[in-house]
Design a protein around this ligand. Structure first.
Ligand SMILES: Nc1nc2c(ncn2[C@@H]2O[C@H](COP(=O)(O)OP(=O)(O)OP(=O)(O)O)[C@@H](O)[C@H]2O)c(=O)[nH]1
Ligand SMILES: [Mg+2]
Length: 194
C-alpha cells in the first residue's frame, strides 16, 4: 500500500502497468519519461534483455502535485509480459496501489490479453488484493495497426468492472497521459477517503 513519510511530507504511490508480452507497457513509460519535465521525474530504470524485452521491470518515479500538503510521488512500474516471468510479475505487484492493463489490439493477441488479465487477477489475489477493489484502468493499445479489433468488441471481452478505458498508440503518445491521469485520479481519491 501507499507509503506515507510524515517527516518528508511525502506520499509514495505504486502503479503497475500489466499486460501480455509486447503490448506496449515499456513504451508507455518511455513516452511519459520523455514528456515529463526534469524537476518532476527521476531516472527511468529498465532491466531488459538484449532484444529490449523487459527482463524484470521498468521503474520511473514521477511527482504529480500534492494532497493536503503532502507531495505525491508516483512510482510507475511495468511487469515483464512474457509468460514464463510469472514469479517476477507476482513480486512486482507487492504493495501496488493502482493497475493499468495494457491490451494489444491486434486480433492475434486477443487470447494473450485474456490470459494476461486472468494472470493479473490471480497474482493480485496471491498478494491479498482483489482487482474489483483496485484502482484500475484499461488501455487498448496499438490502435494504429490494420488488424486492430473493434473497440466495442475489445471492451466487451476485456473490460472487467466498467473501469475507464482509453484507446492508445503508445509510441506517438496517444492515450498515454489520459491513462496515467485516470489511474492517478482513482488512487488519490482512495487516499483522500482514508
Ligand atoms: N504500431 C505500434 N507499435 C507499438 C505500439 N505500442 C508499442 N509498440 C511497439 O511494440 C513493441 C513492444 O513494445 P514494448 O513497450 O517493449 O512492449 P512491452 O509490453 O513492454 O513488452 P514486454 O516487456 O516483453 O512485456 C515495440 O517495438 C514498440 O515500439 C503501438 O501503439 N503501435
Ligand atoms: Mg517491457
Amino acid at each position: 500500500m501507499s507509503f506515507i513519510n510524515y517527516a518528508a511530507r511525502e506520499i509514495n504511490v505504486k502503479i503497475v502497468y500489466y499486460g501480455p508480452g509486447l503490448c506496449g507497457k515499456t513504451t508507455n513509460l518511455q513516452f511519459i519519461y520523455q514528456k515529463s519535465n526534469p524537476q518532476q521525474k527521476g531516472k527511468l530504470i529498465s532491466l531488459a534483455t538484449e532484444t529490449d524485452r523487459t527482463l524484470f521491470f521498468d521503474f520511473l518515479p514521477l511527482d504529480l502535485g500534492s494532497v493536503r500538503g503532502f507531495k505525491t510521488r508516483f512510482h510507475l512500474y511495468t511487469v515483464p509480459g512474457q509468460v514464463f516471468y510469472d514469479a517476477s510479475r507476482k513480486l512486482i505487484l507487492k504493495g501496488v496501489d493502482g493497475v493499468v492493463f495494457v491490451a494489444d489490439s491486434q486480433e492475434m493477441r486477443m487470447d494473450a490479453n485474456i490470459e494476461s488479465l486472468r494472470n493479473l487477477e490471480e497474482n493480485l489475489q496471491e498478494n491479498g488484493f482483489e482487482l474489483k477493489n483496485m484502482p484500475y484502468v484499461l488501455q487498448l493499445n496499438k490502435r494504429d495497426l490494420p488488424s486492430a479489433v473493434a473497440v466495442d468488441e475489445m471492451y466487451r471481452t476485456l473490460n472487467f468492472k466498467g473501469e475507464p478505458t482509453f484507446e492508445a498508440i503508445a509510441p506517438k503518445g496517444n492515450g498515454v497521459f489520459e491513462t496515467l491521469k485516470a489511474v492517478a485520479k482513482q488512487v488519490l481519491y482512495e487516499l483522500r477517503r482514508r
